[in-house]
Design a protein around this ligand. Structure first.
Ligand code: 6R9
Length: 647
């Protein structure tokens, strides 16, 4: 498979597509030439209480050094109205959410009317508990309908939700609650995943020991498992909501009022609270969901992400519901009870659009074709990929076996920070190349720069930046605007730096090569190597740790940790296991190291900087090409590390 392999848009797909090739080019040009006119028109896709007159007002700080991003700043709206109220007259009885449980015999359907009522009841309950516009509410829920209800109820009363993925530990939950001083926590007794239970309420109780800002906890009964309820503080969801009125006045929100915070990992320090606002985010969610998936009325749409990640925010809840879609929410995992589960769910619910991650595709690919082929999948029309680069082999397997060479694949590149998809083929417009995210969406201006910030033209490889703003862009890091400016706008002045590297081929197609910073991507989960390192050094026997990504067949990247023990401590298999368990407890299971190498010393420069370049090469078993080691304080440590590499 070379990069000249071009999979043309099939004529039958182009003929029916909402946007064809000429249409894409016209849209791209229109958005570039007159962004105000283009986005004023696109803004009409959502419901406004007061339509915006001022469209774009952005400064990337090129000359002033001050970064300020505003879209639709005089508009007034409520996100929950776009997702619910305005559909009631036309599609009140249409299913909004299909819920498919971890156990294949459990499912549920919720219409727009029912969803609206449940959201209003929770909104009223939260107001009754004193939650006000602008307050932060933490959501720590499994993939149950209540998660979507909680998000929309926050939006309804103008509270800012901050979802913490259910796989995070009590410590990780606590630090996120503390960073944004959340006043309310919404959780469940337990979650379910792959036949196992996740003790969410018990984790929350542990976390809340250090979270004085939380005044109340609302607990959804999910598994019925026993939990402790603290009088005054803890309320069962049903007690709080069932007697509430089924309507609730939506709060009037300015377009630039915050909608949510979502914590994500960077190269340094603790996870940052990425802040998204209301108007621009909603326009971007709706615009991209419709165009990238060529979404049509009446179709069943399934994104397999968890609402704990940005993909779940934009492409399970806000985008699809804004567009009046039927969105499927899946509680389970791809291989439970069998490795046919995804394909069985597609047949069961007649899914037309299926959006998943390369790590899931690679894991299922390993199981062979039979588990796929025994299902029909005739309902499928569009396939999507997100979270990490998809290798051409996995792309082709997905295309041939899942989509029977009938369904275009949209490989969508974006980030928590970007709010929605930025680079992706439009399925009826852009010929695909396996492994390439292809071309930017209208309104998106990517560029490649070298390490000095010089813009590279034509076919080139470099750092991926964005030259101008799009409506869905994050506005700040919660509580730390300076960190926002430093992280994204100081490396290459006047541009937004993505942290990714990319190659652009002769056709102008983008091939994302992965992170160029100290962020690793493990099974599509973003992790800062610094976070894992600080968890390791918090162990009483560890003196020092360095963590890098290593190639992993299924997860894309695995976590490889070099650990130096304190004097007098001896490495052992028991200690290795203890450290893995320690990191799971400190951060969560997604951060479990795949390999721990005992390192008597780490390769450092004379100024004491760890040379990660060398550690990455050793972890990847590329020890022939370690490069220049002459600047090391003690070149001898490298030999020891190479000899004792973990296989
Ligand atoms: C949406 C999401 C963002 C990072 C991003 C990049 C990687 C995501 C990708 C992709 C290649 C794709 N990434 N999609 N790389 N091709 N289609 O995943 O957000 O969790 O913030 O991760 O994921 O490295 O910078 P987030």
């Amino acid at each position: 498979m070379t990069e000249t392999t071009l999979i043309a848009v099939k004529p039958e797909i182009a003929a029916r597509a909402q946007v064809d090739e000429a249409g894409y080019k016209a849209m791209y040009q229109a958005a570039a030439q007159d962004p105000d006119a283009f986005w004023a028109k696109e803004a009409q896709r959502i419901a406004w209480m007061q339509a915006p007159k001022i469209i774009k007002n952005v400064d990337f700080g090129g000359t002033s050094g001050k970064v300020s991003i505003k879209w639709f700043e005089d508009g007034v709206l409520n996100a929950s109205v776009s997702c619910l109220d305005r559909h009631l007259a036309t599609r009140g009885d249409q299913v909004a959410i299909i819920w498919e449980g971890d156990d294949p015999s459990s499912d549920a359907k919720v219409t727009y009317k029912e969803l609206h009522a449940r959201v209003c009841q929770l909104a009223n309950a939260m107001r009754g508990l004193g939650v006000q516009k602008g307050d932060r509410v933490c959501i720590y829920l499994p993939m149950i309908v209540e998660a979507a209800v909680a998000m929309l109820a926050c939006a309804r009363i103008g509270a800012v939700h901050s979802i913490v993925f259910g796989g995070f530990s009590p410590d990780s939950l606590a630090s996120r609650i503390q960073d944004s001083d959340c006043v309310l926590l919404i959780t469940a007794d337990e979650g379910r995943r792959g036949g196992r239970k996740v003790p969410l309420k018990a984790n929350a109780d542990e976390a809340l020991k250090t979270c004085p800002s939380i005044r109340h906890v609302i607990v959804a009964r999910n598994t019925g498992g026993a939990v402790e309820m603290m009088p005054e503080r803890d309320h069962w969801w049903s007690d709080a909501c069932d007697t509430q009125p089924e309507t609730a006045e939506p709060e009037k929100m300015n377009a630039e009022d915050p909608l949510f915070i979502l914590y994500t990992s960077g190269s340094t320090g603790k996870p940052k609270g990425v802040l998204h606002t209301t108007g621009g985010y909603m326009v971007w969610a709706s615009f991209t969901h419709q165009n990238v998936f060529d979404y049509r009325d009446g179709e069943i749409y399934w994104c397999t992400a968890d609402v704990g990640w940005v993909t779940g925010h934009t492409y399970i809840v806000y985008g699809p519901l804004a567009n009046g879609a039927t969105t499927l929410m899946f509680e389970g995992v791809p291989n439970y009870p069998t490795v046919s589960r995804f394909w069985e769910v597609i047949d069961k619910h007649q899914v037309a659009i299926f959006y998943t991650a390369p790590t899931a595709i690679r894991a299922l690919m390993r199981e062979g074709e039979a588990p796929v082929k025994k299902t029909s999948r005739k309902s499928l029309r569009i396939l999507g990929s997100v979270g990490e680069p998809i290798n051409p082999e996995a792309w082709l397997w997905y295309y041939r076996n899942v989509g029977d060479e009938r369904c275009p694949i949209v490989d969508t590149w974006w980030q928590t920070e970007t709010g929605g998809i930025l680079i992706s083929p439009l399925p009826g417009a852009i010929a695909q190349k396996p492994g390439s995210a292809t071309l930017p969406l209208p309104g998106v201006k990517p560029a490649l720069v070298d390490n000095d910030g010089a813009v590279l033209e034509g076919a080139a490889e470099g750092n991926l930046v964005l030259l101008d703003s799009w409506p869905g862009q994050m506005r700040t890091v919660y509580g730390d605007h300076e960190r926002f400016v430093q992280t994204y706008f100081s490396t290459f002045k006047g541009t937004y730096f993505t942290g990714d590297g990319a190659r652009r081929d002769a056709d102008g197609y983008y091939w994302i090569t992965g992170r160029v910073d100290d962020v690793i991507n493990v099974a599509g989960h973003r992790m800062g190597t610094a976070e894992v390192e600080s968890a390791l050094v918090a162990h009483p026997k560890v003196a020092e740790a360095a963590v890098v990504g290593m190639p992993h067949d299924i997860k894309g990247q695995g976590i490889y940790a070099y650990v130096t023990l304190k004097t007098g401590e001896e490495p052992s298999e028991a200690l290795r296991k203890e450290l893995v368990a320690w990191v799971r407890k400190e951060i969560g299971p997604i951060a479990s190291p795949d390999a721990i190498q005992w390192a008597p010393g780490l390769p450092k420069t004379r100024s004491g900087k760890i040379m990660r370049r060398i550690l990455r090469k050793i972890a990847a078993n590329e020890t022939e090409a370690l490069g220049d080691t002459s600047t090391l304080a003690d070149p001898g440590v490298v030999q020891d590390l190479v000899e004792n590499r973990v296989r």
